[in-house]
Ligand binder design. Structure first.
Ligand SMILES: NC(=O)C1=CN([C@@H]2O[C@H](COP(=O)(O)OP(=O)(O)OC[C@H]3O[C@@H](n4cnc5c(N)ncnc54)[C@H](O)[C@@H]3O)[C@@H](O)[C@H]2O)C=CC1
Ligand SMILES: O=C(O)[C@H]1O[C@H](OP(=O)(O)OP(=O)(O)OC[C@H]2O[C@@H](n3ccc(=O)[nH]c3=O)[C@H](O)[C@@H]2O)[C@H](O)[C@@H](O)[C@@H]1O
Length: 440
């Protein structure tokens, strides 16, 4: 099938490449000409394991190309929308400017009603009610709108796109349109459906809510365990043992119970805030009051790691050399949007410390973007002469550090493990003062 993907960021570029991998003829459209040029050369504009290979292979075989012109999307039978929906400046709500612009551009290239049906498939994360409003704007065209939320995780984007836990279609009310749309989208995803992946059909509002409910649940799970970490800090208990023990209950499960410096990224933080804002607009703000607490607990973890750093160096960070291992919001990504690690680095630098940051993928990006931060090649270079080392993004390279070897480079053997991934006994045995988050 001929497919276009509008918006080629973390979601859209991976989606476009994966759709080509499934055998479709795909054009990705983005307003960023630099990104388009890079994608056309078969090189990923961001770090995502496995993406480079899928991108390069499909650009080379001619099934995948990228363009800044919507004219190149004309004639496709399915148009995916994957543009950003960031938080509005100064507020909690989602900024729908980019989605609106993408739909306006699509309206200008879609055939008129009566001609062969074309699908417009929303993948961006939007406030409930957006899809039905957009469907009205497509009424002057042959476009039928489906809301098909995306659940991929950065670091696993290719795997999650080609092997999702489930696929959700939010369909129009009109039965004939819903049937046509389901059949067309089933053709797009036929290889995945043949693998037995479950496809659920709902109305627009349910599909939109499934997405933000899922992210809210994940954020709540993380803040729950971080709240327990606060209790552990007050009592001398160990949150990693607590998480292990409660996670053995099937009803709770072990995943997303890693306490530490909290969640960040381009999605969980802004999605829970946009959800709060939308619930308030709908007059049901009380239903999501708990999400404000989820957000507040998450913020406190960032305060906590800075306070710990202050405490372990004896009260003031001013003039101290602080090595920070990690800048991305999670390992296997170079994404620093709302990154807890980078936020902590900035807060510590603002207290007068000499901060040296290292990150296997985000480091080179940071070096280009931020002249005010010192960036080092690796953990050893960052830690040379350090008064304290902070592990803030749990890259494998940092999890596997040898405490004896690192001990030889630092000025003082003091480590704060912001992700609770190191073995305290091994580090203490090598002469380090070890502090975790919510661990004695
Ligand atoms: N990053 C992720 O892992 C996931 C993201 N999402 C959702 O997907 C959406 C996109 O997120 P990301 O890919 O992370 O954002 P991003 O910021 O990396 O990418 C958005 C892209 O859209 C482009 N764009 C903006 N306006 C455009 C227009 N009018 N026409 C064409 N292109 C345009 C931008 O230049 C940019 O390349 C958001 O709603 C996000 O919540 C959902 C699931 C996973
Ligand atoms: O809507 C989105 O964009 C995506 O948001 C998240 O994916 P992602 O942001 O890539 O990363 P996660 O693995 O969810 O991690 C988010 C943050 O939570 C933190 N985290 C995660 C798990 C945990 O136990 N503890 C914890 O602090 C991570 O370090 C990271 O900062 C969801 O997991 C995806 O399903 C969703 O599609």
């Amino acid at each position: 099938m001929r497919i276009s993907v509008i918006g080629c960021g973390y979601l859209g570029a991976v989606h476009a490449a994966c759709m080509a991998e499934l055998g479709h003829e795909v054009v990705g459209i983005d307003v960023d000409s630099g990104k388009v040029e890079q994608l056309n050369s078969g090189t990923a504009p961001f770090h995502e394991p496995g993406f480079d290979a899928v991108l390069a292979r499909n650009v080379r075989n001619g099934r995948l190309r990228f363009s800044t012109s919507f004219e190149d999307a004309r004639g496709a039978s399915v148009h995916f929308i994957g543009v950003g929906t960031p938080q509005v400046a100064g507020g909690y709500a989602a900024d729908l400017t980019y989605v609106d612009a993408a739909v306006d551009s699509l309206v200008s290239i879609l055939p008129p009603p009566g001609e062969a049906t074309v699908l417009v498939v929303g993948k961006s994360t939007v406030p409930v009610g957006t899809a039905s409003a957009l469907a009205e704007r497509l009424a002057s065209t042959a476009g039928i709108l489906v809301w098909n939320p995306e659940f991929l995780r950065e670091g696993f984007a290719v795997k999650d796109t080609l092997s999702p836990d489930r696929i959700v279609y939010g369909l129009p009310q009109d039965e004939a349109s819903a049937t046509t749309a389901t059949a067309a989208l089933d053709s797009v995803y036929s290889s995945l459906l043949d693998l037995g992946i479950t496809r659920l059909t709902t109305d627009y509002a349910t599909a939109e809510l499934v997405k933000v409910a899922a992210n809210s649940f994940l954020a709540t799970k993380i803040s729950f365990i971080n709240a327990m970490a606060e209790l552990c800090e007050a009592t001398g208990a160990d949150v990693t043992q607590l998480a292990h023990a409660i996670g053995m209950d099937d009803r709770i499960g072990p995943k997303f119970l890693r306490a530490g410096i909290g969640f960040g990224g381009g999605c969980l933080p802004k999605d829970i805030r946009a959800f709060i804002a939308r619930a308030e607009e709908l007059g049901v703000g009380d239903a999501l009051a708990f999400l404000r607490e989820v957000d507040a607990i998450n913020d406190r973890r960032r305060d906590r790691v800075v306070a710990l750093a202050r405490e372990v160096v004896g009260g003031s960070l001013s003039g101290r050399h602080v090595a920070i291992l990690g800048a991305a919001f999670k390992p296997d990504s170079d994404d620093m949007r709302n990154s807890p690690a980078l936020d902590a680095a900035d807060r510590i630098a603002s207290e007068g410390a000499r901060v040296v940051v290292t990150d296997p993928a985000a480091g080179p990006v940071l070096a280009r973007q931020r002249q005010d931060l010192e960036i080092a090649e690796d953990a050893f270079a960052a830690s040379a002469g350090a008064d304290v080392v902070l592990l803030l993004t749990e890259w494998r390279q940092f999890r596997e550090l040898d405490p004896v070897a690192l001990g030889e480079t630092v000025r003082a053997r003091v480590i704060v493990d912001g992700r609770n991934v190191l073995d305290p006994a091994a580090w203490r045995a090598a002469g380090w003062t070890y502090r975790g988050m919510g661990r004695p």
